[in-house]
Design a protein around this ligand. Structure first.
Ligand SMILES: Cc1cc2nc3c(=O)[nH]c(=O)nc-3n(C[C@H](O)[C@H](O)[C@H](O)COP(=O)(O)OP(=O)(O)OC[C@H]3O[C@@H](n4cnc5c(N)ncnc54)[C@H](O)[C@@H]3O)c2cc1C
Length: 515
């Protein structure tokens, strides 16, 4: 058996593993990415990228690929609760959705999971990431200063031992790494088993020509009174979802599809069928000293609301720079423990939000009693503030509460732990958007030109990638006039304080857990 050494091994080339690989590589760390399957996913699962994911994808350089992967049709979304696709509409999600353009310049992507994974894989390969398909991680043993993995190359059955400094467990809903580490989980557990049937039919005269269409259908004749009809990447291919029943015969399935569409004599062809379990489960902790759970390995949620794949992609964005800074000796290992502190509260919120959506859209009253009503969509997506983590607050900074770790996204505070406000700043009168300045570097905003020079020299001494903009005023960022603001490579405000070398030095020491 051969033995190899690596800095990071990522297990699983789904959205979480691929995203982490890209953000590590952008930071100069080349992980080994292993995937049991022969390719990335081909199943019609997640669809759509929210604006925060798209901000991360712009930093990763894959926005254009994701936008180009939009399914055929107009660049619009139909999402309705209705009696059937052709029947009475009870609620139009798009008509009631807040105007997200106030919170981010990015428009949502519409790529399917398969196309988004392809785009991320291409970028990872372009950045030099080593990817081993048909390679399963069989065992993983964590020690104080390394992790030993046993990998099996499936076509040849050859075993490879890899000793890695860190491991990212992106092994999905059925992955076994958390269990091997003894990490338990909690949550509402299994919620529903759903059969997804792919079928081919020309529904254009009822569906319109938006690139993404989803109907949450409520009809007492459907099993449990509800079902979902979703468009796919292919013209005239659809997926019908309804409660699973292993005894259901093909003619009964065909009748359910006709009910979902609302056309009793609809002609169509069934192309395939898969059964999924909808669950609500969050790992008790998202990391040990050397292993980090990302994506569905860390948080499993039903698909209602479309945040499972988004959260998986964002995990890579929030973890990649931290891991790279520690590996490059620019930060202390304690920085890595902030991944759990920052992401676990969000994982709890988003899993419960999706479960609450499921309860509401499919009339599951017992579940609704456990989840409560879904919290405001814009707040959930744009308003989360880290309670603690790689950030420094002073006495004047507002601190969110564990019961409500949010700010109003329409009134961003710019507080440490929040995402940098999406505002226009002026440098010598020239406008610039804070979102246009996002990248895998620390960003300083100051109106003090001499501090800008001090900050630049400090970054050189510390070996950090940092950019400084001298702006006419930092007040649009929520800071006081004489303060400077430090934003992390993942767009979270890390500190705001006096424009002095010693204050910035102290902030970096705490944020990066440097000795
Ligand atoms: C029907 C359905 C619809 C959905 N719709 C949406 C949606 O609209 N929007 C959205 O955002 N999300 C949606 N989701 C959720 C989304 O699909 C998941 O959240 C997403 O796939 C999670 O990505 P991941 O990378 O964490 O896991 P996965 O995609 O499951 O990837 C894990 C990978 O790890 C590999 N692996 C596992 N164990 C090993 C091992 N030991 N060795 C090597 N490789 C291993 C697996 O083969 C797999 O490729 C939906 C899910 C379903 C089921």
């Amino acid at each position: 058996m051969s033995l190899q050494e690596r800095d990071v091994v990522i297990v699983g080339a789904g959205l979480a593993g691929l995203s982490t690989a890209v953000f590590l590589a952008l930071n100069g760390v080349q992980p080994l990415l292993v995937e049991r399957n022969a390719s990335t996913s081909v199943l019609p699962k997640a669809r759509g990228q929210n604006p925060i994911t798209m901000e991360a994808m712009r930093v990763a350089g894959v926005t254009d690929a994701i936008m180009a992967a939009r399914p055929p049709g107009r660049p619009g979304i139909t999402s309705k609760v209705s009696e059937s696709m052709t029947g009475k509409v009870f609620y139009d999600h798009v008509a009631h959705r807040p105007d997200f353009s106030k919170f981010s310049p990015e428009v949502p992507g519409m790529a399917s999971q398969a196309r988004a994974e392809e785009a991320l894989l291409r970028k990872a390969l372009e950045l030099g990431v080593e990817v081993w398909f048909e390679c399963a991680c069989e065992t993983l043993v964590e020690d104080i200063d390394h992790v030993d993995l046993q990998l099996r190359r499936l076509p040849s059955d050859e075993l490879t031992k890899v000793r890695s400094k860190y491991v990212v467990a992106a092994d999905g809903i059925r992955g076994g790494i958390a269990a091997q580490l003894g990490i338990g989980s909690h949550g509402l557990g299994h919620l529903k088993s759903v059969t997804a049937v792919r079928f081919n039919a020309d529904l254009s005269k009822w569906a319109g020509d938006n690139a993404m269409t989803i109907h949450y259908v409520k009809n007492p004749q459907l099993p449990d009174g509800s079902g979902i009809l979703v468009s796919t990447d292919y013209t005239n291919q659809w997926v019908a979802n309804f409660s699973a029943d292993s005894a259901r015969e093909i003619e009964a399935t065909r009748a359910l599809i006709r009910l979902l569409v609302g056309v009793p004599d609809l002609e169509f062809e069934i192309a395939g069928e898969t059964t999924y379990n909808y669950s609500h489960r969050i790992a008790d902790k998202l990391c040990t000293l050397r292993v980090f759970l990302t994506g569905d390995a860390a948080h499993v949620m039903p698909p209602t609301g479309g945040q499972g794949g988004n959260t998986a992609m964002q995990d890579g964005y929030y973890l990649g720079w931290k891991l790279a800074h520690v590996l490059k000796g620019l930060a202390g290992p304690a920085l890595l423990q902030t991944y759990d502190a920052e992401r676990k509260p969000y994982a709890e919120i988003v899993c419960t939000w999706q479960a609450a959506n499921l309860a509401e859209r499919r009339d599951m009253k017992n579940l609704a009693a456990l989840t409560g009503e879904p919290i405001d969509h814009a707040k959930m997506m744009f308003g989360y503030v880290c309670l603690e983590g790689a950030l420094v607050r002073d006495a004047a900074d507002s601190v969110p509460t564990a019961a409500d770790p949010f700010e109003d996204p329409a009134r961003p505070t710019g507080s440490p732990g929040a995402r940098v406000p999406y505002v226009t700043l002026y440098a010598a009168g020239v406008p610039m958007s804070t979102r246009g300045l996002l990248g895998q570097h620390f960003q300083i905003y100051t109106s003090d030109a001499s501090f800008a020079e001090q900050a630049a020299s400090m970054a050189r001494e510390l070996g950090l990638e940092q950019k400084v903009v001298v702006v006419d005023s930092v007040e649009p960022l929520g800071a006081r006039r004489n303060q400077s603001v430090l934003v992390r490579p993942d767009g979270i405000v890390a500190w705001r304080g006096a424009a002095s070398r010693s204050a910035l030095s102290n902030a970096y020491r705490q944020i990066l857990a440097r000795q």
